[in-house]
Design a protein around this ligand. Structure first.
Ligand SMILES: Cc1ncc(COP(=O)(O)O)c(C=O)c1O
Length: 741
């Protein structure tokens, strides 16, 4: 469970062809192997308290031994770890500022720690956070992980801070040694304040341990728990205390005796109640944000640990609320595998992204419990006072994100995703069998824009409405607006839809507005793919010309899964954009710049791109000149840890074996890849295409299935080449953190 960070390839990827047995614990690989650890030792007079009655050893003596134990052990695991020391009096100051891997340096720093003779009263740890944030940036720049270990000894004085955290830059652990609770002190309150502080700053899972028992071996054991690498930790609730350490039986009411695994109560009482004289802390984090945040995705403990009162020896029959890991280990294991797949793979699906921890927390929250039909202030259910505020806030932010004037534009933020949002617009504006025109799916449009084949009305939007597509000019790869104009004048649609799933260029909104006006149609833009770019003002603004704009929230916008519909509040064309607001919604320029680099790289490698290039977040590669198709290349890239999708290109005959691939840059831009990385991406894709071509030549049959069977068979002779690409890909991806995990 507690493993030092090994090489990134240590964890076996889910689809690895390796035959070695999987490790018992497969923890996510970590990015930083070497740690910089800043100790902060409380030197208040309370650190002079004796560890236990009758024993001459003080808390500070025991702490010093524990620090040296920690330093020695860490260095024996990795001699590159470094340590520095600070002390907490009224505030925090340096004791040994230079981070050093020398044991002697640690020894002399530890020797220099002395306790005060009187109480400081105040314990302000703002300076600790300031120092740590500053140093953490330096460590990060050197590819190292920064940690703080605070050892706190005051039973009545809560630590305080004024740290306006905007970014979590380091991991913090706390060990709290305190007196037994009495009417004179308040260790529970202090503990809660320490949990709050830890929560406030800790980037990865920070541990907090407490003890009022005065036992040195408990302190040593806690220190050993902190040896774990913060990026490879289990959540604190899942810590496995070795049986040999559990000498005394817990009392009958202890959750441990009742076998309630997976709850922090189990862990904390399990530890706390082993000793008859121990404090009985309510040291569940369940009442704290720490565990309310809980989710499998974040790796945090599950929300409120609700062990029934009956199980606790009480009589009230309440609920058991185990973490997913405990309640459904099978599903938990699959999610963990998916997490690892996402971490290892080069994610180039143009409609996907990596959302943030904060978004995951919000989507995995109690909001999921609530029905809220209607609109804010006009609901069919009670109990919506906060949901109303959430929805109103969401509307305000949506308008702000796209620089819209709330007097001119309104937004409905309720659609579950992009397709329902589109269908809701059609339902609102059209009658059954009214006519619509959208970009044909084989030319880059979306299913929900009225797609149908000569034989079948494939989408609900072509079943309930009459659809005539417009297409690309196959010679240029750009939308054929002349043809659109001609057919619109004949077809007279009620709605023209701009927007696409696989079109690497901006739409010509003024031209489309003109055509819509000429035939009396509404003009709608489905900006699902490019909404992040629109918000960042690096793509043309559809709001200036369209009557309705729909979007998903999870693609380039990087939000949770959902959809939105923006509608003009009055019929005046053009929109007064609000003055500049932060375009921090999305790193739009970088996405486009990465995409252009990728496009250039591919062109230099001899590939043909639909339209010859890109204005946005995706490129569409026509592989037919290479003598291969998108399906075969997608398969080879997939087993090489490159995730993208096959895609139709103009002139294609089959949607199942289309001639191209679509490659998007939003997700990997989110993880921090820059232009030079995308040059490498172009090379990886090229290597994959070469392997696909060789594999195709080895296959006897001509069907796609023959190819797939061959690649999955033991006879596949290019496994080595695939592994080499995969290794290079993962060496790149593993350098970049993945948000939300
Ligand atoms: C242009 C466009 N509109 C709508 C959608 C549908 O979004 P969802 O899958 O969330 O329904 C997509 C999906 O990729 C899309 O590309």
């Amino acid at each position: 469970m507690l493993m030092e960070g090994g090489p990134a390839t240590a964890a076996i990827p889910p689809h690895s062809t390796a035959t070695v047995a999987p490790p018992r614990y497969s923890l996510p690989p970590c990015r930083f192997y070497s740690e910089d650890v800043l100790f902060c030792v409380d030197v208040d007079v309370e650190s002079k308290a004796e560890m236990a009655k009758g024993r001459a050893i003080t808390r500070l003596d025991a702490i010093k031994q524990a620090l040296l134990l920690f330093v020695h052990t860490k260095l024996s695991m990795n001699p590159d770890h470094r340590f520095a020391f600070s002390i907490l009096a009224q505030s925090v100051s340096w004791l040994r500022k230079e981070f050093s891997s020398e044991v002697d340096s640690a020894l002399s720093a530890v020797r220099a720690i002395t306790a005060a003779d009187s109480s400081y009263g105040l314990a302000d740890i703002t300076q600790l956070f300031r120092i740590a944030a500053h140093e953490a940036k330096k460590s990060r720049a050197q590819g190292r992980l920064f940690r703080v270990i605070l050892i706190y000894c005051r039973s009545s004085a809560c630590p305080q801070h004024q740290w306006p955290v905007s970014q979590k830059l380091f991991t913090m652990d706390v060990i709290y040694l305190h007196d037994k609770p009495s009417s004179e002190n308040c260790p529970q309150k202090v503990y809660d304040a320490l949990v709050d502080a830890l929560e406030h700053v800790s980037e990865y899972e920070g541990y907090i341990f407490e003890s009022g028992q005065g036992l040195t071996r408990v302190l040593f054991r806690q220190m050993c728990m902190l040896l774990s690498h913060p990026q490879q930790r289990c959540v604190q609730d899942d810590l496995d205390f070795p049986k040999s350490l559990v000498r005394k039986s817990p009392p009958q009411t202890d959750a441990a005796t009742l076998g309630i695994k997976g709850s922090s109560l189990y862990l904390k009482h399990h530890v706390a109640n082993r000793y008859p004289d121990n404090t009985r802390f309510n040291n569940r984090r369940s009442c704290k944000a720490f565990s309310i945040q809980g989710s499998l995705v974040t790796g945090r403990p599950s929300s409120s640990v609700s062990v029934s009162d009956a199980e606790m020896g009480g009589s009230i029959d309440t609920i058991k609320d185990y973490s997913l890991k405990v309640a459904d280990p099978e599903l938990h294991a699959l999610i963990e595998k998916e997490k690892q797949r996402q971490f290892n793979c080069l994610e180039l699906i143009a409609s996907e992204n990596f959302t943030s921890r904060a978004v995951m927390e919000a989507s995995g929250s109690c909001l999921t419990n609530k029905y809220s039909e209607g609109l804010p202030g006009k609901r069919y259910y009670g109990g919506n006072e906060y949901i109303d505020q959430v929805e109103t806030l969401c509307q305000q932010r949506a308008l702000e994100a796209f620089h819209l004037d709330k007097h001119k534009w309104g937004v409905n933020v309720q659609p579950l995703s992009g397709s329902p949002a589109n269908f809701e617009v059609y339902t609102a504006l059209l009658s059954p069998h009214d006519r619509i025109m959208g970009l044909d799916l084989p030319h880059g449009g979306h299913l929900s824009h009225g797609f149908m084949t000569p034989k079948r009305r494939v989408s609900g939007t072509s079943i309930f409405f009459e659809s005539m597509p417009y297409r690309l000019d196959e010679s240029t790869g750009f939308v054929d607006y002349d043809m659109l104009e001609k057919t619109a004048l004949l077809f007279r649609p009620k709605l023209i839809i701009a927007g696409a799933s696989a079109y690497p260029r901006d739409f010509d909104y003024p031209r489309m507005r003109k055509i819509a006006d000429a035939v009396g149609a509404f003009l709608m833009m489905d900006m699902a793919h490019i909404s992040g770019l629109v918000a960042a003002e690096v793509a043309a603004d559809p709001f200036e010309y369209c009557d309705v704009v729909t979007t998903t929230t999870h693609k380039s916008l990087r939000g949770p899964r959902g959809g939105m519909i923006f509608y003009k509040k009055d019929p005046v064309l053009g929109v007064d954009l609000e003055s500049a607001i932060s375009n921090a919604v999305f790193p739009g320029l970088q996405v486009i710049s990465n995409c252009k680099t990728l496009a250039t790289g591919l062109v230099e490698l001899g590939y043909k791109l639909v339209s010859g290039g890109t204005d946005n977040h995706l490129v569409l590669v026509d592989l037919r000149p290479q003598g291969i198709d998108g399906a075969r290349v997608e398969k080879i890239l997939d087993i090489s840890s490159i995730t993208l999708n096959k895609n139709s290109v103009p002139g294609d005959k089959s949607a199942l074996v289309p001639g191209g691939i679509r490659i998007g840059t939003p997700a990997m831009t989110t993880r921090g890849l820059k232009e030079k990385d995308f040059e490498a991406v172009a090379d990886f894709i090229h290597e994959g295409v070469q392997i696909a071509l060789k594999a195709k030549a080895c296959v006897k049959g001509t069907k796609l299935k023959d190819f797939m069977d061959y690649v999955e068979s033991p006879d596949f002779s290019l496994k080595e080449s695939v592994s080499e690409v995969k290794k290079k890909v993962e060496a790149l991806t593993n350098q970049f953190p993945m948000p939300g995990v």
